[in-house]
Structure formats: C-alpha cells, structure tokens
Design a protein around this ligand. Structure first.
Ligand code: CMC
Length: 375
C-alpha cells in the first residue's frame, strides 16, 4: 500500500486524543477540549495526557512543584543558551538545549517512570530556556520569577520581565492547553519513530522539535504572524490574499490534513480568546485582520478543502501577549512537548520498531563505466 504523506495510515492505537471531525470535537483522554480550555489548567492537562486520568489535589500539587523545581536547566545548558548568537532562531536554540539536557545523565534506564521523569525535566525547563535566550539576545539577564503561580504565568513573566495580568496569564494557559496535543501530527509521529528505536526521551523530543520547525507544521504560526503584520489593515486583506494566490503561494494559517470539510474545532475558543484580549487592550486591529482573512480566504479556498487552522488566531493571541514573532514557534513546543511525551510513553507499551518501506521506481542492472571512460 502506498499513501503519499502517509495520509490515512494508522500508526498505533491510542487512548490519548480523539478528533471527531464530523462533530467538530476534540477529546483529550475522553474529555472535551473546549471544556478543558474553559475550566482546566495546563498542569492538569499534562497530568491527564501522561497518566490517562485527572489528578487529585495532592497529585496536582506534586506535579506543579516538580515543574517548579525543574525550571532552571542544568548549568551547561544555561551556558549553551546564553552563548547562542543573537541571530539564532529561538526554535533552534530550544532544540539544541533539549538535546544537551541528555549530557551527563545515565540514560540506560528506559522504564516508563525514567522516561516520564526525563520528559518532565524537559517540559519544566523549556519556558526558562526560551525566555533566557530571548532576553540574552536583547542584552538582558535571564529571569527566574519564583513567585509565578503557574507554568503559563512563569513563562510570560520570564519572557517579558514583568508580571502578566491575570487575564494574560490565563490566555497563555489556554493556549498551552489548546496546543498541548493533536493526535498523530508530524512531530508526534517523529517523536514516536525515534522512540521506537529505544532512543531516550531527549532524543525523541529533540527530533520532534526539529519536525515542528517546518512551515507546513508549527512554523506556520510565525508565518501567520508575519502575514498579519504585513497586511497591517483589515482593508488590505482581499488584495493581499488575491496577490498571494495569483503567485501560487499558500496562505499561512490555512489548510489541514485532517480538517477538509470545515474549520479546525479549536478555532472557536481561539477566536473568542483573541477578541477578549483585543477588548482588554482596546486594540482590535489584529483580530479584525484575522477575521477578515478567515472569511475571505475561506471563500476562496473552501472548494479545495482548505479552512483556517489554529495558527491564524494563535498568531493574533501571541501578538496581544507581546511575544516576539519568532517566539511563537518555541511557545508551541513549550505546550506540545506534553503530547509528545504522552505518545512516546504510549507507544513504548507495545513497542515495535517503526520501519516502513518504499517502492523502488529506478533502473537496475546499469553497466558501470570507469571514470576515465566517462569523459
Ligand atoms: N493556501 C492556499 N492553498 C492551499 C493551502 C493554503 N494554506 N493549503 C492547501 N492548499 C491547496 C494546495 O495548494 C492544494 O491545491 P491543488 O490541489 O490545486 O494543488 C490543495 O489545497 C490540497 O493541498 P495539500 O498540500 O494536498 O494538502 P495537505 O493535506 O497535504 O496539506 C497543509 C496540509 C497544512 C500542509 C497545507 O494546508 C499547508 O501548506 N498550509 C499552510 C501552512 C499551515 O498553515 N500549516 C499549519 C497546519 S495546522 C497546525 C500544525 O500542524 O502545526
């Protein structure tokens, strides 16, 4: 069987995430994502995705304190991050930092507990790493705001240097919940493919970050932010889209392998969140551009099964939260790492080396001509 892009190929059975395309619903471990976004927290969702059930009060507190304890990465990683040139892309710095977290650790124990411990270590340190690099390239010292209540608040605070408002911290929390997991996407598949060789969690997450970088995947949230900035005014949306399509270019933040009959179910939550932040700031410019884009580009592209995806509104939300454009992408990783870890742990329960095949369509039996006779 040959399926270009592995479309429709089932890689594993899962209990982590169910996407009900027909009814436009996403479930994490059976819980409606919309309800989790409204009522849960990123830490609780991490526990849910990793353990398969909601935590009790003390279990949640324990996870939160483990995340707090792990915020500062090992010293050598701190040095590495601060040694990166300011021109480095933040996603590349994060990828290298996660890879370097393996240095000096005994990696022989591949039990689920040991791998989850490694995963937790990575997830806990990611916000500091991204923020420390962003500050270093602006000539600022890193921050480690110990009083931050949540992962989301800590991240925003460490990035921006001041305590975010309650609404801002909650908006980041919702973004981290929404981005945390989305079934067998390219980066989750990459993590699983690497883990299937029995390489460790650091290797799997490093590879997943590499996959996320591409503009067809996570990189689209940076391209979408640049697009919105370039358009600059909702009245320019139509001409901008027409021009891009005439040049045969793709519109970032549109299209999805799974959602070919309607928009991404997560859009509803994100659109509302973007509007709330716009209202709080009294600045509707960016959300208006996104809404006009959604309307106009959908009218142009729906016939091809192309609708808006999460990255369109994520770009707007991150702009209202004051993130530098290229930090959008590692922010996706700060969240999605939770899903990668869940997939690695699940796959390992019945591990089988991932090793697909290909169909050879080249020639055979060619006659070797010595170099001196080839001219
Ligand atoms: N703008 C314009 N046309 C598009 C777009 C787009 N964003 N996406 C797909 N198309 C067209 C594509 O050109 C093709 O047209 P034709 O049949 O005339 O050649 C048709 O729609 C089908 O495209 P496809 O490449 O076969 O679809 P796919 O399922 O392989 O691709 C995708 C999915 C996400 C790679 C693609 O939609 C895309 O490149 N989108 C832009 C980048 C983007 O926003 N990526 C984020 C995806 S969601 C979040 C995440 O995964 O991180």
């Amino acid at each position: 069987m040959y399926s270009p892009g592995l479309e429709g190929v089932v890689v594993k059975e899962t209990r982590i995430c169910h996407i009900d395309v027909e009814n436009s619903k996403i479930y994490y471990r059976g819980y409606d994502l919309e309800e989790l976004a409204a009522r849960s927290t990123f830490e609780e969702v991490a526990f849910l995705l990793w353990r398969g059930r909601l935590p009790g009060r003390s279990e949640l507190e324990e996870l939160k304190s483990e995340l707090r304890r792990g915020r500062r990465p090992p010293k050598h990683v701190e040095y590495l991050v601060r040694a990166a040139p300011p021109s480095a892309e933040p996603i590349d710095v994060l990828r290298t930092a996660v890879s370097a977290m393996a240095w000096g650790e005994d990696l022989s124990d591949k039990s689920p507990e040991a791998e989850l411990r490694r995963g937790l270590k990575i997830a806990a340190a990611m916000p500091y790493v991204v923020a420390a690099f962003d500050r270093a390239r602006r000539g600022l010292e890193p921050l480690d705001p110990a009083e931050a209540e949540s992962h989301a608040e800590y991240y925003l605070w460490a990035l921006r240097g001041e305590r975010p408002s309650g609404r801002e911290a909650r908006a980041m929390d919702v973004m981290l919940i929404i981005y945390a997991e989305h079934s067998m996407n390219n980066s989750a598949f990459t993590a699983v493919a690497v883990a299937s060789t029995l390489a460790d969690m650091y290797a799997a997450v490093t590879a997943a970050i590499a996959s996320l970088k591409g503009p067809l995947h996570g990189g689209a949230n940076v391209d979408a932010a640049r697009m919105i900035e370039e358009i600059g005014d909702a009245r320019r949306v139509e001409s901008w889209v027409d021009e891009q399509l005439a040049k045969g270019r793709r519109i970032p933040g549109f299209g999805h392998r799974i959602y070919k009959k309607g928009p991404d179910p997560r859009l509803k939550v994100l659109r509302e969140l973007a509007k709330e932040l716009a209202a709080e700031r009294g600045d509707f410019r960016w959300v208006e551009i996104a809404e006009r884009l959604e309307e106009y580009a959908t009218a142009k592209l729906a016939a091809k099964g192309v609708y808006a995806n999460t990255d369109l509104y994520a770009a707007v939300i991150f702009r209202y939260l004051g993130l530098p454009v290229d930090v959008n992408l590692p922010t996706f990783a700060v969240s999605r790492v939770v899903g990668w870890i869940a997939h690695v742990l699940e796959y390992r329960q019945a591990n089988r080396l991932i090793r697909p095949t290909e169909r050879y369509v080249g020639p055979v039996g060619l006659k070797y001509i010595p170099l001196e006779e080839r001219g």
